[in-house]
Design a protein around this ligand. Structure first.
Ligand SMILES: Nc1nc2c(ncn2[C@@H]2O[C@H](COP(=O)(O)O[C@H]3[C@@H](O)[C@H](n4cnc5c(=O)[nH]c(N)nc54)O[C@@H]3COP(=O)(O)O)[C@@H](O)[C@H]2O)c(=O)[nH]1
Length: 628
């Protein structure tokens, strides 16, 4: 794709026009130079002939006076030395010839006519004639006339003209070569600029700019000739983790390998672009909707094999959104937006999936928008509340703490699950003020229970990804605790493994600051992220919480049993306590007890409940055991 350079035909014409103009200018200059040279030579010859005539006149004055033709001839014979002089003559005052000089084969010089005598000289095509009075003491005693041929002048002029034209042609050729060379350099610079403007340097694929051009061309083709265009937007899942854990060099290498695999698996006519950090776009034309989904399946399959990154075997998945023109969208912007919506839908479905855009998706986007609008008001209107779920010791069943869980009681829609609204709060940034409210409410609640004589109950609060990036987080937490006089050791923060791994360096720093304040830290949903032992060791954590998907099928599922047992053993070896969440049965509890799990949480003990019910629960199970 070329947007910068002109068409080669126009370029060649311009080059030729430049050459002709330069040639014409050189020709005019050369002709002027030759004319100048001609007049210079003519002037010099005239001067020379006048001098010769004067010398002859002076040397033959006595001979003229005495009519000595022999002496006059001898004087004239000196002119033999000037090769351009063809003939010369001395004439008496009575206009009679006294003596003459004639070069071989040339006609004699006649008596000069009066106008020649008056003018002193006369040029014809082939000759220059000069006539001068011979005087003694200011008195005319005769005439001298010389005729010079112009052959030599012309010969010199031809030589000069030849040389001038050779120099002009040489200069033109050199100029042409220089211009051609410059043009080649400019063309190559233009091509390089064009390349930089359109190509992503990491993968060598067309970039976002080129993508828009390719897509516009493809849609234009469909408008004119019919058919359809399939647009696939592909976003790598968890690319940030690779970048953060293995470094940007590995991240670049991964993008390069992904690009290569995409190119290998797609057809020559398909256009693959890298349009953002870990986002690729694939344009297929012509295409039926089914072809687009086939391509998406092929793409996911080709990315399933492990990637080799600096001798690490890395598995990468992708989420793909598909939108087809003109079926799903009337223009480029809508087509791209719809593919994007479908891609986010695929991501929301748990990643490593593709989604074809359909109008229902648009409705979901609208619903999400309305949810966001309502959520903004929910905080002010007091529609949010906290439920609390007990956490008990596996060994003796005594309460060790409570997890605060957010609830939204919408006046028309009823109870909305946090699974539905927390992601909206995250995306919109509302999670920051909401999270602040959760922390303050939870702290106030434990202060109330303390004031009601129910003891110092530890409470755990969930932190979202967005909150971990809030620079005021630590300040807000300390403020919430101080406001009600609850010691930091009574607060535990739960951060999911995925959030922790999302930005390892920043989170290690944050967790250290929180630990310094005396706040307990727990890794939530443990086992679902990608953390290695090496990373776990870097985080100053107190506890891991086994994700309930592993607890759900124990005992019975060999893999989940092995994972649960391994997590407990590993956490204990690092000096961490272990909480199992989602415990619903006595069998699960028995398995966890045998595996050495410290704490459990789940419907088997109690469901999350509003504070009033929890107060009753607390009164029933006093006194509180110390956590982990
Ligand atoms: N950032 C914040 N996230 C929050 C907050 N409050 C909740 N959440 C997160 O929302 C997710 C869903 O929470 P919820 O619907 O409250 O589900 C919790 C429990 O009800 C559920 N649970 C507990 N026991 C059982 C059980 O035996 N079976 C079963 N199927 N579910 C059970 O588990 C959820 C607790 O999860 P976790 O936090 O991982 O311990 C959830 O991810 C919440 O984290 C908030 O204030 N901020």
């Amino acid at each position: 794709m070329n947007t910068v350079s002109r068409s080669p035909r126009i370029g060649r014409w311009m080059e030729l026009a430049n050459l002709v103009t330069a040639g014409a200018a050189l020709l005019v200059a050369s002709v002027l130079l030759i004319l100048f040279q001609f007049f210079s030579l003519r002037g010099a010859l005239l001067e020379d002939m006048k001098v010769q005539a004067r010398i002859v006149g002076e040397n033959s004055a006595a001979a003229l006076l005495f009519g000595d033709s022999k002496a006059s001839r001898e004087t004239l014979a000196v002119l033999e030395a000037s090769p351009s002089i063809e003939a010369a003559g001395l004439f008496t005052l009575q206009r009679a010839p006294l003596a003459s000089y004639i070069r071989d084969g040339q006609p004699a010089i006649p008596m000069p006519p009066p106008e020649l005598v008056t003018d002193g000289h006369r040029f014809s095509i082939n000759h220059l004639e000069v006539a001068q009075h011979v005087k003694i003491d200011g008195r005319d005693i005769g005439l001298v006339a010389i005729r010079a041929g112009l052959d030599q002048l012309y010969a010199r002029l031809v030589g000069y003209a030849g040389l001038t034209l050779v120099i002009a042609a040489g200069s033109l050729a050199v100029a042409y070569l220089l211009v051609a060379r410059m043009r080649r350099a400019v063309k190559s610079a233009e091509a390089h600029l064009d390349y930089l403007a359109h190509i992503d340097p990491v993968t060598g694929l067309p970039n976002r700019h080129a993508f828009n051009e390719h897509l516009a061309t493809a849609l234009d083709k469909v408008d004119r000739f019919g058919g359809c265009v399939g647009l696939l937007l592909l976003d790598l899942d968890n690319f940030k983790i690779v970048n953060d854990t293995l470094g940007h060099h590995s991240g670049d290498s991964l993008l390069e390998q992904v690009a290569r695999r995409l190119m290998e698996c797609l057809r020559g006519g398909d256009v693959i672009c890298r349009i953002g950090g870990d986002e690729f776009a694939i344009i297929i034309e012509p295409s039926a909707a089914s072809t687009a989904t086939n391509v998406a399946e092929k793409v996911l399959a080709v990315l399933a094999a492990p990637f080799d990154l600096d001798s690490h075997e890395i598995y990468v998945t992708a989420s793909v959104g598909i939108s087809v023109y003109p079926d799903d969208a009337p223009d480029l912007e809508t087509l791209t937006r719809n593919a994007d919506t479908a891609m986010y839908q695929a991501k929301g479905r748990g990643k490593n999936a593709f989604e074809q855009f359909h109008p229902e998706l648009d409705k979901r986007v609208q619903k999400r928008l309305s949810l966001e609008t309502n959520l903004r008001k929910a905080l002010e209107r007091g529609e949010l509340m906290l439920y609390y779920q007990p956490q008990v010791s596996v060994s003796n069943g005594r309460l060790v703490g409570l997890e605060a869980l957010l609830r939204w009681n919408h006046p028309e829609l009823g109870m909305i699950s946090p699974v539905e609204f927390i992601p909206v709060a995250e995306d919109s940034g509302l999670i920051v003020p909401i999270g602040r409210w959760v922390l303050r409410t939870a702290c106030r609640q434990v202060a109330q229970w303390r004031d009601a004589g129910l003891g110092a109950i530890p409470v755990s609060v969930n932190l979202s990804a967005r909150q971990t990036r809030d620079p005021h987080l630590v300040h807000d937490i300390i403020g919430a605790l101080r406001e009600v006089g609850v010691p930091p050791s009574q607060l535990e923060l739960e951060i999911t493994e995925t959030v922790l791994m999302d930005n390892v360096h920043a989170n290690v720093d944050l967790l250290h600051r929180l630990q310094t304040e005396g706040i307990r830290l727990s890794i939530d949903d443990f086992g679902t992220g990608y953390s290695s032992m090496a990373y776990l060791k870097r985080f100053p954590i107190d506890q891991v919480k086994i994700d309930r998907t592993f607890v759900r099928d124990i005992p019975g599922d060999g893999d989940d049993e092995a994972i649960t047992t391994a997590i407990i053993a590993m956490a204990h070896s690092l000096g961490l306590s272990v909480v199992a969440e989602g415990v619903e049965t006595e069998a699960q509890l028995a398995f966890l007890r045998d595996a050495g799990c410290d704490i459990m949480q789940g419907f088997h003990i109690a469901e999350p409940s509003p504070p009033e019910q929890v107060t009753a629960f607390l009164r029933s199970c006093m006194p509180i055991a110390a956590a982990g």
